[in-house]
Design a protein around this ligand. Structure first.
Ligand code: ASP
Ligand code: MG
Length: 437
């Protein structure tokens, strides 16, 4: 069995919902994982925000607008009245749920129920559309099998067992449709795998059923060697190792959710990135095969990075100093990306600045704190790139005109990262492109 995942734009309109079956038309057994229609999850976040802000009237108006939008999709999608009627009946349940929340006692738990409606609606519509056109498909409810454990991590044992049972209930069915992103918490409440988490769902499902392969369908023909939105004449990379893909997904290439690589890597299942707009294109194959030792495969950039420097004479020859600094970030559940240290200072980067003020206040107990905003991490990625003797010389040779704030080399064998001000991002990517590819 194969797992296919389609993102929000692939189901973003009635037109796209109608096109999708062509991409999964062969007779091979598969599970198709869908995101919410593009824009819906953001819209649901807004509705929740209005409820938090005690603006129930505005929330009601927003819900009404969304409902109108879905009614229009139903009108454009179905040609048989009984299917349109059934879709509207099901949508009414979703919208009744949305309307049931009031600002009083509105908490993160209620918010998560709101956020789940997008995927519930998109999968229902696609499945009904397939059925209308005579394709046999079954909707597998992710809320029955996708579950997290006590540590808030996906419970692969549970997922495997329940999913197996669900699939076995339909022995002749070859096409299953299910929701990405949504799941249940350990306690059984509706939860999710964080924004962009549908890729992760697909990878978890692939690992759980030991799929032949997992395909992530998006709107570009795979990972590119540089950011095609910024640099001209980039090309897609046909083969990457799991490690290379993890680095690229994490450090900027917005193609794949970074956590998505882990389950398929552990289960050693190849992962393909395919292009909905150009289905014949090969895309990128990500697998355990790592070739081209030391060859630079790609450059990626990650924006909205904040650098924090803590400088203190007390750090000199001291032990435990870095732990204390890291504990501050841990206390505020803020993850650190890049780190560099000298004997008297530590620089690190974060991308979640939600608790930055509080973090700075605590860090001043240890030394002087400096903060640089609007920074960009540039990552150069390649299998065992650290063994390529000329790599660093080439990278820094290309960047003689660019002020570099931090350099990270040797943390992973597959990545060399630099921190620059975002104003220099375009120039940096172009200079690296000229020199490296
Ligand atoms: N619909 C969710 C989001 O917009 C999950 C996803 O699309 O991957 O974040
Ligand atoms: Mg996505």
């Amino acid at each position: 069995m194969k797992v296919y995942k389609f993102g929000g734009t692939s189901v973003g309109s009635a037109e796209r919902i109608k096109t999708l079956p062509k991409l999964i038309a062969d007779d091979q057994p598969k599970i198709v994982v869908l995101s919410a229609m593009s824009g819906t999850t953001n819209f649901l976040v807004e509705i929740a925000t209005l409820l938090y802000q005690n603006k129930s009237e505005e929330a009601a108006t927003a819900i009404k607008n969304l409902e109108d939008k879905y009614a229009k999709v139903v009108r454009e999608l179905f040609s048989k009245p009984e299917f349109a009627k059934e879709a509207l009946r099901k949508l009414k349940e979703n919208f009744d749920t949305l309307k049931s929340f009031q600002p009083t006692n509105f908490t993160a738990k209620e918010e998560r129920v709101i956020l789940a409606q997008g995927e519930l609606m998109s999968t229902m519509l696609e499945n009904l559309y397939l059925n209308e056109t005579g394709v046999q498909s079954i909707l597998l409810p992710a809320l029955s099998f996708m579950r997290k454990d006590l540590n808030d991590e996906p419970d692969l044992y549970f997922i495997r067992e329940v999913l197996k049972r669900e699939i076995e209930r339909h022995p002749t069915c070859k096409l299953f449709i299910t929701q990405g992103y949504i799941c249940r918490s350990y306690q059984g409440d509706i939860d999710n795998l964080k924004r962009g988490g549908s890729d992760y769902s697909a990878s978890l499902i692939g690992a759980a059923i030991n799929a032949e392969e997992v395909q992530i369908w998006t709107d570009i023909d795979g990972f590119h060697n540089n950011d095609p939105r910024i640099v001209e004449k980039t090309h897609s990379i046909s083969k990457l190792s799991f490690d290379e893909a993890s680095e690229l997904a994490y450090f900027g290439a917005k193609i794949l959710h970074p956590t998505c690589v882990i389950p398929v890597q552990e289960a050693n299942i190849p992962l393909y990135i395919k292009n909905t707009m150009d289905p014949k294109a090969y895309g990128t194959r990500i697998s355990s095969e790592a070739d081209g030792v030391g060859i630079i495969k790609a450059v990626a950039a990650k924006d909205n990075i904040t650098a924090v420097k803590i400088k203190s004479g007390r750090m000199l020859l001291a032990y435990g100093f870095i732990r204390k600094i890291f504990e501050v970030f841990e206390d505020y559940r803020t993850s650190i990306d890049m780190i560099t240290t000298s004997e008297v200072a530590v620089s690190l980067t974060i991308d979640d600045t939600g608790n930055l003020q509080k973090i700075i206040t605590e860090l001043t107990n240890f030394g002087t704190v400096e903060v640089d905003k609007d920074m960009t991490i540039i990552s150069v990625v390649g299998n065992r790139i650290s063994e390529n003797k000329g790599a660093a010389a080439n990278i820094f040779g290309a960047l003689s005109e660019i002020p570099i704030r931090m350099i990270s080399f040797g943390g992973s064998r597959h990545n060399i990262s630099l921190l620059i001000h975002s104003d220099y991002k375009k120039a940096t990517l172009e200079a690296l492109n000229r020199k490296l590819f």
